[in-house]
Ligand binder design. Sequence first.
Ligand SMILES: *Cc1c(COP(=O)(O)O)cnc(C)c1O
Length: 401
Amino acid sequence: MSERKYGSEFGFQTRAVHTGNDVDKDSGAIKRPITMANSYELPYDPSDINWSSSDKSLYTRNGGTNQKYLEEKIASFEGSDDCIVLASGVAALSGLFFALLESGDHVMFSNVTYVAAYRLLNELLNNKFKVETTIVDTTDLEAVRAAIRPNTKLVHIETPGNPTIGISDIQEIAKLAHKNGALLSVDNTFASPYNQRPIELGADFAIESLTKFINGHGDAMGGSIAGQKEALDKIRFQSQVNLGGTISPFNAWLIMRGAVTFPLRMKQHNENALAVAKFLAGLESVSFVSYPGLPGNKGHEIAKKQMEKGFGGVLSFGLKADKDTCNEFVSQLRVVTSAVSLGHDESLIVYLGENDERQYLYPEEFHQGFFRFSVGIEDVEDIISDLEQALEKVGLSLKVV
Ligand SMILES: *Cc1c(COP(=O)(O)O)cnc(C)c1O
């Protein structure tokens, strides 16, 4: 049986189905098995083995087979040389930051990021290890330009940003970073590589929380760092062998399975989220909608340039209502579930109250409390009807402006 390779000559959907899977040599099974072992047999003479190596099958913390299959698939999604898959999106962020940054280096990062990125950089690395940090509104290129210093090692952006959905220009920021000898990492979780591929746009690293759209079923956690092989080797070694962020074989297998339908689901997320954004934007009782697919959105033009197939499945919005009414609105929803996380098959909503420690960093309209809404792949009519009935129950108008 010849080895079947599914490289870039094939379309995205073909690669989602085939890349990383092959006929199992031992059993002939057409799906590769889960290897639930934590050690691998040593060669006859192991005396010249590098015990800390992460590319040989040795010990599962150093790397395992299911992880490697998934790495092939994610690298093919990202259009990158190589990829590291880890236990969670946060393991990917911490793996990247800890491997790359030294005391005295400067990092610039988006004012709106996943909270762990903010804490890792601004609290842990800054307080404990004297890494200098600057928080910048990276949707503003002039602000990025002004914040670069001679010792800037890394620019870390998130676009769309969690949770305000602001859009930063990956191509332009990559140029600015590289001109000044800095690297660019992009947390691509909200867009997903189906819609946006930061490496192709000039970034050095693309981070995904695989927990979200790529697995898509809300039942496993994982994270990935895509980039050039040479740069990733050091990160792989630190994040797995020394920091212990290795993904379990079972989670890698679950994500591998979820990822098969990732492009199909993403099409539906894009379509449903745009329809929901348009519906909400038309209502008198809605104070604002932030979704890059809306023509009036501040980031729309840049999003059109860098988000190839759609604008993603997540939006945020506000209601002209007090806190109690907002909580009651959520409790009346029947199709949409109130829970954190996003990118699952099912619609998930979170009411983010007025106490977020970083609210002062967000644009004005987000200061009063708002909703982050991950629009699922249910029938969009059912999602919209669910919103309508909940709005009516709490006495909010369905009047269209
Ligand atoms: C969820 C999320 C993460 C963290 O991923 P986990 O898998 O939960 O560790 C990082 N970045 C963004 C943008 C996220 O939404």
